[in-house]
Design a protein around this ligand. Structure first.
Ligand SMILES: Nc1ncnc2c1ncn2[C@@H]1O[C@H](COP(=O)(O)OP(=O)(O)OP(=O)(O)O)[C@@H](O)[C@H]1O
Length: 607
């Protein structure tokens, strides 16, 4: 029987700390300005932290949900500027002035390309323009630039640093505000070079000049998040299916979530990884901002876990899922992205059973300097390790960290390989001491510091709750909670309410239930990850590499994991039998979009 659904609500409160100690004295939990001074490296840029409102998810739970779904809370309060706030603001504006040129370059190139696109699309825009009018209240697709310009203007001031982070593949490859050629698309996303969906999108673009809402049939609402609704959609007449996130721009603006939406879009544009979403296109109408992504028919791991006997996964299945999540976090960290919202709800299952990490609107972007470390002997002393063989890559600019060339032969010469003798090496089977024969690329953005209160209560790291400032180590904490939840069917610090949960995270020791029985290696890994002080946490220094070498992952072929057989493969979707979505409950907010084929109305509510 379905039970009541309660939201696992993430929080996003910039520059503030939750007054845990205050609450401990019996007061209500309060949001207090942090006592802790801010970053020592002014590289941190996070537009999402500007958003000042509570984040409450109202829909999106699966109909058969039997346990709560947790969505992030956003308790941002930008009006309250404590001392740490002003420090952050000044570093942000410093950063902004340094990189203004980049941002302006990007903006002007977008404007230029819109102009170009207008010219090229005019001669063959008959079908396109009539279609657009239906969904954008008569506005041409070019009107959308005015809407987005506002977003950019604001963003330029606060998040200039990040634009360089994503520069390698900034939206030009996917955005229909800008130049879109199939050539640039496949270059910027080499993993998608043979993807039929890319080709279909490019073909429609070539035919119609521009891609917009009118070329898609929205078939079914998949879910609804804080900043938009996600629809299963077909690129009309192609039998290519996508997940389209539709965001109401006025609603985003009134709830001060434009920057958060922009963060998500820019992060999506920069990704090219098998376990991360592909953004096929982005376009805007007068009212909506739309992201066209890969559709995952397998649902999310939260829902899938509830279907397992005992509501937990087998250790084998867990190993598979967390290994793929680990690779995606490693990749994100290499791009200078701290994810911050890992939980089973955000891990979707693709049609082939592999995972896709979704939802980037709470992510933090920062600079990262990848370092190649040659370690012939893995010992627990990171000082010693780093002092032995260490090479800075030739290109340490974030823009150089192209997803496809993370360990490019041109950047890293073979001469750094160590020639230590065999007798110096430690035995392979020592726990945590497996010999790694290859140089390790360490790209942990360890200088990132944020004071924001961001995440989902059961998943929040202690340093976030205490307002001590946090960096990429929060992802390793959440990775530990995630592993625990998949194995045991519950999180380790959940209390009777959010407040109790926060107390438990900070003050309660980690305990394991007696059942189900879980291997020593799994518990050992969780213990290493759920260390309350981030600097003593596993992966603090060397990131994912440390975790990959843990015995829990023994036997995992990291390079070929995408060829491994997944624990479960979703049933194929019969797209021809999808029901037309029912009329929305909220008629006032409904938007009608004409289904071009059947002339039926598809109606959906936005917020
Ligand atoms: N690519 C996708 N394929 C299939 N379903 C998706 C896809 N992306 C999102 N969904 C579904 O749509 C729902 C809403 O997603 P969305 O990312 O907008 O919000 P969310 O995950 O609830 O988080 P947030 O509130 O932080 O935006 C998700 O819960 C998921 O079930």
């Amino acid at each position: 029987m379905a039970s009541k659904t309660v939201s696992r609500t993430p929080v996003a409160l910039p520059q503030k700390a939750v007054g845990v100690h205050q609450a401990a004295k019996g007061h209500d939990l309060k949001i207090l300005p942090s006592q802790v001074s801010v970053t020592n490296k002014p590289k941190l840029v996070n537009p999402a932290e500007q958003s000042p409102e509570p984040r409450v998810t109202t829909a999106g739970a699966p109909s058969e949900a039997v346990e709560s779904k947790r969505s992030p809370t956003n308790l941002n309060d930008s009006s309250n500027s404590g001392s740490s706030d002003s420090k952050v603001s000044s570093t942000r504006s410093e950063q902004a002035s340094k990189t203004d040129l980049d941002v302006n370059d990007i903006r002007s190139s977008r404007e230029n390309s819109v102009d170009q696109e207008k010219k090229t699309s005019e001669p063959c825009s008959v079908k396109d323009s009539s279609g657009s009018a239906k969904v954008s209240d008569g506005a041409t697709s070019l009107a959308k630039t005015s809407g987005s310009a506002k977003v950019s203007d604001r963003a330029d001031n606060v998040e200039s640093g990040k634009s360089s982070i994503c520069r390698g593949s900034t939206g030009s490859d996917v955005s229909d505000e800008s130049t879109c050629s199939s050539f640039s698309s496949s270059i910027n996303k080499p993993h998608k070079a043979n993807d039929m969906r890319w080709e279909a999108i490019q073909a429609v673009r070539a035919r119609d000049g521009v891609l917009g809402l009118s070329q898609f049939r929205l078939l079914k609402r998949l879910g609804c998040g804080d900043i938009g609704s996600v629809y299963l959609s077909e690129l009309s007449g192609t039998k290519c299916y996508f997940a389209m996130k539709v965001m109401d721009k006025a609603s985003l603006a009134s709830r001060k979530k434009l920057l958060r939406a922009q963060t998500e879009r820019e992060i999506l544009q920069s990704l090219d990884h098998p376990f991360l979403p592909t953004l096929y296109s982005h376009f805007e109408t007068d009212k909506f901002s739309c992201l066209v992504m890969e559709f995952c028919p397998g649902g999310d791991l939260h829902t899938l876990r509830q279907r397992q006997p005992g509501k937990y996964f087998s250790e084998q299945a867990v190993k598979f899922y967390v290994a793929e999540v680990l690779l995606s976090l490693e990749y994100l960290h290499m791009l200078g992205i701290v994810y911050r919202d890992l939980k089973p709800e955000n891990v979707l299952v693709r049609d082939d059973g592999h995972i896709m990490l979704s939802d980037f609107d709470l992510s933090l972007r920062c600079a990262v300097s990848p370092t190649l470390v040659k370690t012939s002997s893995i010992d627990s002393d990171p000082q010693r390790k780093n002092s032995t063989y260490c090479a800075q890559p030739a290109c340490i600019e974030p823009a150089c960290i192209q997803p496809s060339c993370v360990v490019p032969t041109t950047c890293f010469s073979p001469r750094i390989f160590s020639s230590r003798s065999k007798k110096d090496r430690k035995p392979k089977n020592e726990i945590g001491n497996q010999v790694s024969p290859l140089p390790e690329l360490i790209a942990e953005p360890s200088n990132a510091r944020s004071m924001s209160f961001v995440g989902t209560h059961e998943y929040l790291a202690p340093e976030i709750i205490k307002g001590e400032g946090h960096g990429s180590a929060v992802d390793w904490w959440t990775f530990g909670i995630f592993l625990y939840e998949l194995l045991f069917g519950k999180t380790p610090f959940k209390g009777s309410g959010n407040r109790a949960t926060l107390f438990n995270v900070v003050g309660q020791p980690l305990r394991f239930p007696e059942s189900p029985v879980v291997s020593f290696a799994a518990r050992d890994l969780i213990r290493g990850l759920l260390v309350k002080e981030p600097q003593h946490r596993l992966a603090y220094k060397r990131g994912a590499t440390e975790i990959k070498q843990h015995p829990f992952f023994e036997g995992v072929n990291w390079a070929l994991i995408r060829c491994a057989t997944p624990p479960e493969i979703p049933r194929p979707v019969d797209y021809d039998r999808l029901p037309i979505p029912a009329a929305p409950a909220n008629e006032k907010a409904a938007v009608a979009v004409t289904d071009q084929k059947s002339d039926k109305y598809l109606e959906f509510d936005f917020f």
